[in-house]
Design a protein around this ligand. Sequence first.
Ligand SMILES: [Zn+2]
Length: 207
Amino acid sequence: MQKNKKTSVIANEKIDKVKLSDADEIILDLQSQLKKYINKGYGPFLAAIYDSNGRLIAHAANSVVNKSCSHNHAEMNAIKLEEKKLGTHDLSKYNLSIYVTSEPCMMCLGSIMWSGIRAIYYGVPSERVAKITGFDEGFKPEWFDEFKKRGITVYGQIETDAGEQVLQNYVTQGHTVYKPKRNYFARATRTIHKFLRRTICIRSEKI
Ligand SMILES: [Zn+2]
């Protein structure tokens, strides 16, 4: 993994200044547009697909809550739009890149891999999304290297200050966190305590 010390950007290839500069601009623009989507009831994530000439091809926000579908993450919505438009399930020959305001979740990573998209650029990393909002971002393997093996470029942690501010505002404004991260250890401890209390009570009754 490559790291840019100044900006904390990480990548699974040697960091290319031109790619990073384009990604900075696009992700800042997405973060700015995202505020408008949140005010209309969308979730706090936005994705855009660009072709190799820098043309915007598809653009979509997270619509899990307002469209009542757990699959409707921004990346999934953008990919579905694009595949429908091109009439294909395989985008690999189009040399497309996806830009996302936050790191894709496990479902979206799978979807990006299956779609044939060739590069991912994201803003806020999952651990910060979970910390700020409470969304359960799921577990992920060491996916940077796995994607590299499959010829998919990844740049992450781009313009995180702007992204974190949008997420913080989402929480402050009281919007829905529909899949909160649970503290499984605390829950397990509570269950054991409950069981012990019940067992002790039953034994006490017998006595
Ligand atoms: Zn997702």
